[in-house]
Write a protein that binds this ligand. Sequence first.
Ligand code: KE4
Length: 424
Amino acid sequence: MSISEELYERACRVIPGGVNSPVRAFQRMERAPFFVTEARGAHLRDADGRELIDYVGTWGPAILGHAPRCVLQAVQQTATKGLSFGTPTPVEVDMAETICRLVPGIQKVRMTSSGTEATMSAIRLARGFTGRSRIIKFAGCYHGHSDSLLVAAGSGALTHGEPDSAGVPREVAALTIVLPFNDVEAVRQAFKRFRDEIAGVIVEPYPGNAGFFLPRPGYLEFLREITEQNGSLLIFDEVMTGFRLSPSGVQGLHGITPDLTTLGKIIGGGLPVGAFGGRAEIMDCISPLGPVYQAGTLSGNPVAMAAGLAQLRELERTDAWSRLEFLGARLEEGVRQFLHDTHLPYVFKRCGSMFCLFFTSEDVVDLATARKSDFATYRRFFLSLLDQGIFVAPSPFETGFISTAHTEADIDATILAFSRALRP
Ligand code: KE4
């Protein structure tokens, strides 16, 4: 029995499913998860000493690779002065000023300790600011696990959602309308039906939680227009894409200013973090200034702030986004080259350092088309890559992440491993 297998046995006795977040369990991958003991740059080392080239990147935060020197130094320097004070600290102001400088839509920002808290708070704020109760989200977009957002399209999809988890009351789910992503008409119908009842529309502008796919041209601009016309707030959930796809996320790429933006992952440098921000007029409704309550013991934790700031400063100093695009394009070109020769049905989606390989012949534009990707082929692909020392997401409904620590040699080795994994 390997050390990871022993650890997994122990973990399953005291942690539900042996993991502290479900995706780590490698469900339906027909093998137990491995346990990581350390990581540096683009490489993980598991409990049995195996080295892996990592494309999970702890689900987004490791944009500079693991344990970048600048982040480690910031953590050490900050931690020696204390870990948490329950008072405001200078580094929280530095972080807030940096986010407001970089993200066009954010004039004021509140830190949290997770993306879930950020989106949950943004929804409450949208409801408090507009005085309305309904929200619209999109199938396949994941915004963390708060009750209002763990909702699936119900039978009456255009009228109300249904719980997507046990424990979510039907009454709560009924206030969430779940629509297909990229479907303009569905949004028009929902606003036609509930015009002045919709507090907000929350969207992953480039969805990364059902695999990775992109909005059709004009779709995001349409969401901006129809929410403005109906007095609803547009909420861009950029927990994954924020500072990943550009210095100002997707909203910077499209020149769209949402009313609220949620952030996480990269701004914590690998430590627990989330944030929500937007127009001052809206954010000033948040306590202690306004009537919408929101709080957190470790919100703006100084060590997490120092780690995230060090990461953001390094991204800017090195113009990391150019390097990430170069590496992403190299991977895409190599993958397309060999896949073209295999005649396998596939769809490869990429923007910068986020990518996803679907095994389907139909273009992927929403959850329904993403689900047509062949699961068994993905599982074989995942297991073969792992045997070859490459770690990609243990689910076809996730996104691959490249970091600035990946080298051309890593990318070329990965292309070779992909071709071997998919050899007919
Ligand atoms: P957290 O609560 O996990 O920090 O953030 C929730 C969240 C919100 N919004 C978006 C767009 C997200 O991608 C996430 C979390 N992403 C998943 C990755 N698919 C986290 C991995 C996990 O659940 O363990």
